[in-house]
Design a protein around this ligand. Sequence first.
Ligand code: SF4
Ligand code: SF4
Length: 200
Amino acid sequence: MREWFRNVYTTVETVAKGMLVTISYFFRTFDPKRRTFTEKFEYPELPVAVSPRYRGFHRFDLTTCIGCDQCAKACPVDCIYIHKEKNPTGKGFRVNGFMIDYTKCMFCSLCVDPCPVECIFMGSNHDLSCYSRDGCVVDYAKLPLEIAWGQATLNPTAVIESKVITEPVWVKPPEPVEAKKKPAPKKKAAPKPAAEATEG
Ligand code: SF4
Ligand code: SF4
């Protein structure tokens, strides 16, 4: 009988200790002036801020990409597809398509470091709901520049609209003819030092 009462006492004591810890934390963190989470953030208009090092959907700048393929080669799951052609109006390549398949991407960021012109970064967008699997394949060369660069939400409507575009949204303008034909200025010969000139 004594054993039974001891077990009941131990049980009640253990539960009370646990509840004391809980209630002490409740009073330590309770602030009547603090607004509730849902008052502070209202998705999607006012989403929770992410940390600066957060790895979300990419930010890509079509206007500086040189189509060198370094990012695609570095990707461990081969989910970057670049369509390019020789630039008909100048040097380098014209990037016609820059697709990332987000059904495969694992947000490892390995594509960012090798880029020689720093035109691809991990962004802070974390929501891309799609109507189909095809909606997860995003062609950054067909999205409006501000969406591709992460200044506007990567929304499913923009992605679906980009699917019917055949030409990239931006192409490098042709180089000015004068700049191409103008010969490099010749270097002037350095004047002889005065002492050397009198010796001669
Ligand atoms: S984040 Fe990683 S998996 Fe995704 S595209 Fe870049 S290298 Fe590939
Ligand atoms: S590494 Fe940079 S410049 Fe080269 S294709 Fe990728 S995004 Fe474009």
